[in-house]
Design a protein around this ligand. Structure first.
Ligand code: ADP
Length: 474
């Protein structure tokens, strides 16, 4: 059923790729990432087009585009950005050449990618087929197996009954992790350590997945103890070339969600690093991957690494890779969508080098003192930290801006770039200390605790770090 034969069709297109310039890009997204893409467009001399929901009428991001159109009139806030037909209609009416999906919303929906292409518009991302296959975590695991990339032992397909779940646990031993086949963003996962918990955990995880992702299909993996989360950034072109842009370490997580990300991964054995980079490229070539993407791995304490998933889109943490490689990933995405090949973009593997150390933290309007409950309201004071080696990718916060409860609570991504981990930490902490935000609570006190933690600074944290250090919350 999950035959992957069609991938061969997308592979090896050789020199058939046609170059067609893109003159305008609509970003099917909002906030920080919309602005990130508009900026890349402007620098390339491309017209940028925003869409915005009624709830986002007063948000600054729409003013950062050359044109902006209201979508989803009368729809709930999130639905406005998920309304495929209307987004495509707006694009067609305004002569848009290409659509960038950003991250979240429609970015991993193959039906969206397909609808964009069917409308004669270019989709700035991989082919719909690849988006579909990578979005299904079970199919992605099978692709990894096919291409010889190591994966965590797990069920070969979705598991629907408690009996099947119990059988897996009996065979492979505990702990295990239940995962929603269509999950994402750290949701739909449950770790099970005790035999007597299997039944209830499975049932709850499955019904949660059905509610959250519209599909209760689960699969089960062995739980890797004390892993680091290390991911490889890739770029592929439409001619079948794939390169890596090294790795990022995203081990600092809260509830399986990334909080602080960095590049490169500190204290990683060079052989392990190279093997992961090679494996990521191998997988991408196998599936005919084009445009930007990320292959995620877990690395255990012994240096064994296991594939977990592919994100067939730009990621929130792409910035740290840009800082250390000097390569603009969004501009590269657009040029690849125009039909340029990696050699034409001077992006052959030997030309991609890394320099220094970058760290990103996500400043959110969440209150660490109240269990990270999102805070809303009017920003009264907003002053940022700046200076050498500091990059701010913000959702255009300003004094007077109103933070609504409708969307995610990302306020600004603060990225530092310095020669090594230690100085990059010091720089980022210094910049965060310069911030003055009043009117809404932010997670800055928590981020400072992380950046000034000795274990963090020494570069020896794994995914247990936040859970094991409750003092970070105070
Ligand atoms: P999502 O798509 O929701 O981000 P992932 O599969 O990428 O889910 O996993 C997110 C995080 O959950 C990982 O970075 C890791 O911390 C944890 N995790 C996932 N699978 C495992 C596993 N098999 N063993 C240990 N931790 C895991």
């Amino acid at each position: 059923k999950r035959q992957l034969i069609r991938w061969s069709v997308t592979r090896g297109m050789g020199s058939q790729v046609q170059y067609r310039p893109i003159r305008s890009v609509l970003v099917a997204n909002r906030g920080e990432i919309a602005i990130r893409v508009f900026r890349a467009c402007t620098e390339l001399g491309i017209k940028s087009v925003a869409i915005y929901s009624e709830q986002d009428k007063m948000q600054m991001f729409r003013q950062k585009a050359d044109e902006a159109y209201l979508v989803g009139k009368g729809l709930p806030p999130v639905q406005a950005y998920l309304n495929i037909n209307e987004i495509i209609r707006v694009a067609l009416e305004n002569g848009v050449d290409a659509i960038h999906p950003g991250y979240g919303f429609l970015s991993e929906r193959s039906d969206f990618a397909q609808a964009v292409i069917d409308a004669g518009i270019r989709f700035i991302g991989p082919s719909p087929y690849v988006v579909q296959a990578m979005g299904d975590k079970v199919a992605a695991r099978n692709a990894a197996i096919e291409s010889g990339v190591p994966i965590v032992p797990g069920t070969p397909g979705p598991v629907t009954t408690t009996e099947e779940a119990e059988a897996f646990c009996l065979k492979h031993g505990l702990p295990v992790i239940f995962k929603a086949a269509y999950g994402g963003g750290g949701r739909g996962m449950r770790v099970v350590r005790k035999k007597e918990e299997v039944k209830e955990a499975f049932e709850r995880a499955s019904s949660e997945a059905a509610a959250a992702f519209g599909n209760g299909a689960m699969f089960i993996e062995k739980f890797v103890e004390r892993p680091r989360h290390i991911e490889v950034q890739l770029l592929g072109d439409k001619a079948g070339n794939v390169v890596h842009l090294y790795e990022r370490d995203c081990s600092v997580q809260r509830r399986h969600q990334k909080v602080v990300e960095m590049a490169p991964a500190p204290h990683l054995d060079d052989k392990v690093r190279q093997a992961m980079l090679d494996n990521a490229v191998k997988l991408a070539k196998h599936v005919g991957y084009s445009n930007a993407g990320t292959v995620e791995f877990l690395v255990d304490q012994e240096g064994n690494f296991y594939f977990i998933e592919v994100n067939a889109r730009l990621q929130v943490e792409h910035t740290v890779t840009e800082e250390v490689t000097g390569i603009d990933l969004v501009q590269s995405q657009i040029k690849i969508a125009e039909g340029m090949t990696l050699p034409e973009l001077h992006l052959t593997q030997d030309k991609i080098t890394k320099n220094g150390f970058a760290i990103q933290c996500r400043v959110t309007t969440e209150d660490p003192a109240k269990n990270f409950q999102p805070d809303t309201g009017r920003i009264e004071v907003f002053r940022t930290g700046e200076g050498m080696g500091i990059r701010l990718d913000s959702a255009a916060a300003f004094p007077g801006a109103v933070i609504s409860p409708y969307y995610d609570s990302l306020l600004v991504k603060v990225i530092s770039h310095a020669s090594d981990l230690h100085s990059s930490c010091a720089k980022l902490a210094r910049a965060l200390r310069e911030f003055r935000v009043r009117g809404v609570k932010t997670n800055i006190p928590f981020l400072l605790n992380v950046l000034e933690d000795q274990k963090f600074i020494s570069g020896s944290v794994d995914t247990y770090f936040i859970d094991e250090n409750p003092q970070l919350f105070s």
